[in-house]
Design a protein around this ligand. Structure first.
Ligand code: GLN
Length: 548
């Protein structure tokens, strides 16, 4: 029988519900349980694919091409399992499917209502995740209790326990225990209010996880236990961790997995508990000594969540090399101009991330060119590859005004363009290439060596491709198209022979990086960046020691 854990949050948003849920997932998996996760998002968008990254952070792409909430990225990185489209449901999706059923006449003339039709649809989606080979499904409910749009979700998860039995469901509620300013005293009132709100929807939490800057005292736990009616050991203190990958250990020390398993009657799973791999990872993170500086040339540099998976992939690569990756956020629009180029020179490596129809692309092109000419390790992701190809076409092939058709529809040299078969005949726009695609790597190429394989699969999310009509000219001028789709139609990877690392990929490898298994491209980029940092050190040392 599959068991379900529902994670809700109160007091305020951004408390780290996704990370708490992910950490619990890691702990349960470390007990030998088979875990999957899901996020219910109460917003009305059908998926986050069309949402502004400024507001919502990155869109996480699953193997099957789902455009999902960025929390799914945390889930995958922590539990190391592939999730899918169905692992993220929104109010928009749920209503769309209920309305489609209504139009088909599936409800046999009944009045279609939030209860039971919307709630049944929510429950059905949750239930579907509990497959035969899954022991525990962790379901995070987005938003905060008290939000208007969360109500049908709370009602659905309340009913869920009645439907499948008390011992098969655990309600975990995340709150904040703040300090009062004058006395520094920890305050439980927000937690009490939040639990009251949840109870108002008929849900009595089984476990309360309290975020706070400092550990919560035994006294305070007793108080919360008394007022919120949960056992004292089910009040879990989640103090701020230096690194997100430490959170599972923090929560384990507080007994979170133990109590959740007790509620779900999975207690004997602790026999198999093995956290040694994760502990070793955290040890490695703590032991990082040197610093490597990677510039990310982007548009949303004030909201790093817009590039969350890229940042995490860089960190993972750093863990591998024993180096702390320091990210220098470079606003793409500011790259052109002398000062910015000096700034680029001070970097050990550069990432040009993905994006859609952006301003400031001349800056990304300039950064790609500067990295090419000055042997700075540079990794281009999707739009990043496009900008590298444009730069190479202009500067090396000599195609003046070369550009991507996405950004300059009238360019004389659309080196990046839509493929003919992608354009919808009814001109409804182009279809997006989404999800996992295979690529064939050229034997002997840098990317084949980095991957250690000649067939690789990566996730995609884009419309534009390297224009096949320009491929020969790019190759003749020295660009290596080192990876293509298996039918050789599409360019998947580019590189520059002789350059330490000037590699672009049409895909988004960042989605598949794991803290204990960095993605090979990021690992190699950070490796090359460290080489550059080391080569530079003696020069700086000499400068410091100029005899007076
Ligand atoms: N906007 C570009 C395209 O659609 C690149 C997309 C991306 O970087 N994910 O092809």
């Amino acid at each position: 029988m599959t068991k379900f854990v529902f994670v809700t949050g109160g007091v305020m948003s951004s408390l780290g519900k996704g990370l708490t849920a992910s950490s619990l997932g890691r702990l349960l998996k470390s007990r030998g349980l088979r875990v999957t996760m899901c996020k219910l998002d109460p917003y009305i968008n059908v998926d986050p694919g069309t949402m502004n990254p400024f507001e919502h952070g990155e869109v996480f792409v699953t193997e099957d091409g789902g455009e999902t909430d960025l929390d799914l990225g945390h889930y995958e990185r922590f539990i190391d399992e592939y999730l899918h489209k169905d692992s993220n449901a929104t109010t928009g999706q749920i209503y769309s499917s209920v309305i489609a059923k209504e139009r088909r006449g599936d409800y046999l003339g009944k009045t279609v209502q939030v209860i039971p039709h919307i709630t049944d649809e929510i429950k059905e989606r949750i239930r579907r995740l509990g497959r035969e080979n899954i022991d525990v499904v962790i379901v995070e409910v987005g938003g905060t209790v008290g939000d208007i749009e969360i109500v049908p979700f709370l009602e659905a998860i309340r009913q869920f326990r009645r439907d499948i039995g008390r011992d098969n469901v655990c309600y975990l509620h995340l709150t904040l225990v703040p300090h009062s300013l004058p006395s520094g005293e920890q305050k439980t009132k927000p937690t009490q209010h939040s639990v009251t709100e949840l109870r108002g929807r008929g849900i009595q939490p089984d476990v309360i996880v309290c975020r706070s800057h400092h550990p919560i005292s035994a006294n305070l736990k007793r108080k919360i236990s008394l007022l919120c009616d949960v056992p004292t050991d089910a009040v879990v203190s989640a103090i701020d961790a230096e690194n997100i990958y430490e959170i599972p250990l923090v929560l384990h020390a507080e007994g979170l997995d133990e109590i959740v398993c007790r509620i779900l009657r999975l207690d004997n799973s602790d026999r198999l508990m093995d956290l040694s791999g994760w502990e070793a990872l955290v040890e490695r993170v703590r032991a990082t000594s040197e610093v490597v500086r990677i510039g990310v040339i982007g548009k949303y540099v004030n909201l790093p969540d817009a590039y969350l998976s890229v940042v995490e992939a860089l960190k993972h690569a750093g863990f591998h090399h024993g180096a702390k990756v320091e990210i220098d956020w470079v606003q793409a629009e500011e790259v052109t101009g002398m000062l910015a180029l000096t700034r680029l020179d001070s970097l050990d490596g550069i990432v040009i991330p993905g994006g859609f129809g952006e301003r400031g692309l001349e800056g990304k092109i300039a950064a790609a060119g500067y990295a090419r000419e000055h042997a700075i390790p540079c990794l281009g992701l999707c739009l990043g590859l496009h900008m590298m190809v444009v730069e190479f076409a202009r500067s090396v092939v000599g195609l003046q005004g070369a550009n991507s058709r996405e950004l300059a529809p009238t360019t004389p040299h659309p080196v990046i363009d839509l493929m003919d078969d992608q354009v919808d005949v009814e001109e409804k726009g182009a279809t997006m290439r989404l999800g996992a695609c295979l690529a064939q790597l050229e034997p002997g190429s840098q990317v084949a060596a980095i991957y250690g394989s000649e067939i690789v699969s990566e996730r995609h999310r884009h419309r534009y491709e390297v224009n096949p009509r320009y491929r020969d000219r790019l190759i003749a001028a020295g660009l290596r198209c080192s990876g293509t789709s298996p039918d050789d139609r599409l360019v998947e990877f580019i590189e520059l022979p002789g350059h330490p690392f000037w590699i672009g990929t049409q895909a988004h490898p960042e989605f598949k990086s794991r803290p204990d298994r960095p993605h090979p491209l990021f690992r190699a980029l950070v490796g090359a960046a460290l080489n550059r940092a080391h080569e530079r050190t003696p020069r700086l040392y000499d400068l410091d020691n100029v005899p007076s």
